[in-house]
Design a protein around this ligand. Structure first.
Ligand code: ADP
Ligand code: ASP
Ligand code: MG
Length: 410
């Protein structure tokens, strides 16, 4: 008898019929003799709708209240699934994040899980019950409800799998696995049988929203093997796991695009020690997540500094930067929200050369201009105009023959 953690995303629990399908699947796992902990997202587009509702009454809602609001979405899901399981004759109990013993830090709307005290879950499993936990939420140090950022139910599932030492962690979604690119954008994307934690971590943090990146961090840290699979069919998905030797044979395993990007350029700042330190210290204090940073060659003692931030943090960024321009001696700043980041990822990049050249050549052949570049051992990212984002993904997918990746592997 094994312990399964099964997580179902928003589109898998979108309506009553979906809930019944999920209930049947969970029930079947239980009937096979396994213990099951289920983690659910809010139904369909509930979270988006709640965010829109809040903005209608206040353009900048208080973050504690936002968490009170958003956490309700998952509560609807877990209670409905419990009722659907009861209708099948199963014993099931639903729990909020705090009831399940999930403790977070106090960063409302993007909290991190700090610890899990699973006694109540274990007690219920012992009694033979299916335990259904609200994804995306936990209790903050001040005893408030906190949410884990968009896509956070993935992280709840992996963290629970680690805390409970589950035998399997299955992430059910609306695609049947992890692909070489978003299959909704690149029609010839290939489904991967396996992918290394590090590759999945890069893809997820570079825009492939199939898994929240923090969930992959947890999985890697605690050695939780994840399976990403569809809730609409009973076929094997993609296993995310420790890297094995032959994974380096594939140079590029996937392409990701992030359209939530903005580029800031601070013009003509004096080229002297301390300017960058002041700027990025203030941005950090304003809770802005700075990503790529480029400083131009100095001319006549002045230089331009460009950096990227998430587009939804641009107002905070602008307020901070505008307030600093005079004190750092800059001539002015520009804020550009028509940018996107496109990235290629693969552990094989460590041992193969010419990858950057091939990427830039493919983009230039399609007249896609590269504005910024950043690299790590296993990824190359470029900033381009957002209008070309999907095309760039397709171009890079073609350039690295990712439609034939499963032939390359064999
Ligand atoms: P859920 O609601 O189940 O959490 P998400 O919408 O968060 O589902 O994630 C699934 C979506 O991720 C897919 O519908 C797909 O469009 C997108 N996606 C982006 N990149 C990839 C990729 N490389 N492989 C699979 N899906 C991807
Ligand atoms: N409901 C939350 C969201 O839409 C969390 C999740 O689905 O993982 O982001
Ligand atoms: Mg998701």
């Amino acid at each position: 008898m094994a312990l399964y953690v099964q997580k179902f995303g928003g589109s898998s629990v979108a309506d009553a019929e979906c809930m019944q399908r999920v209930a049947q699947r969970v029930y079947d796992t239980k009937q096979e003799g396994h213990s099951v902990v289920v983690v659910l997202s809010a139904m369909g587009k509930t979270t988006d709708n709640l965010i829109n509702l809040s903005k209608q009454v206040n353009p900048q809602p208080d973050e504690r209240e936002m968490d009170m609001l958003l956490a309700t979405g998952e509560q609807v899901s877990v209670s409905i699934l419990a009722m659907a399981l009861h209708a099948l004759g199963a014993e099931a109990v639903s729990m909020t994040g705090p009831q399940a013993g999930i403790a977070t830090d106090s960063a409302h709307t993007k909290a991190k899980i700090m610890s899990i005290e699973p006694a109540r879950i274990l007690e219920n499993l012992e009694k033979g019950r299916i335990v259904i936990v609200c994804g995306f939420q936990g209790r903050s140090p001040t005893d408030d409800i906190a949410t884990l950022g968009r896509g956070g139910s993935d992280t709840t599932a992996v963290a629970l799998a680690a805390a409970l030492k589950a035998d399997r962690c299955q992430i059910f979604t609306d695609v049947d696995g992890v692909y070489t690119a978003d299959p909704r954008i690149v029609k010839q994307a290939s489904k991967l049988t396996t992918i290394a934690y590090d590759e999945m971590l890069e893809l997820a943090s570079l825009g492939a929203k199939v898994l929240q990146s923090r969930s992959v961090e947890f999985a890697k840290k605690y050695g939780v093997e994840l399976e990403v699979l569809t809730s609409f069919d009973r076929i094997p998905g993609t296993v995310v796991k420790e890297e094995v030797e032959d994974m380096e044979n594939i140079v590029v395993r996937g392409v990701a695009v992030d359209k939530n990007q903005a580029k800031v350029t601070i013009q003509r700042v004096p080229d002297r020690p301390g300017v960058a330190a002041t700027l990025f210290k203030e941005l950090a204090a304003a809770n802005v997540n700075v990503d790529m940073i480029v400083q131009n060659v100095s001319e006549h003692g002045h230089t331009d500094i460009s950096f990227t931030v998430p587009r939804d943090e641009i107002n905070r960024t602008r307020a901070t930067v505008d307030g600093l321009l005079e004190s750092i001696g800059s001539a002015g700043a520009t804020y550009d929200v028509d940018t996107a980041k496109v990235s290629i990822v693969g552990v094989g990049m460590r041992s193969h050369s010419g990858v950057a050249y091939k990427m830039f050549e493919a983009l230039s052949a399609h007249k896609i201009n590269v504005e910024m570049i950043s690299t790590s051992e296993i990824k190359i990212s470029v900033v381009i105009r957002s209008a070309y984002a999907d095309q760039a993904m397709q171009v890079l997918h073609d350039a690295f023959d990712l439609d034939k990746i499963n032939e390359q592997a064999s």
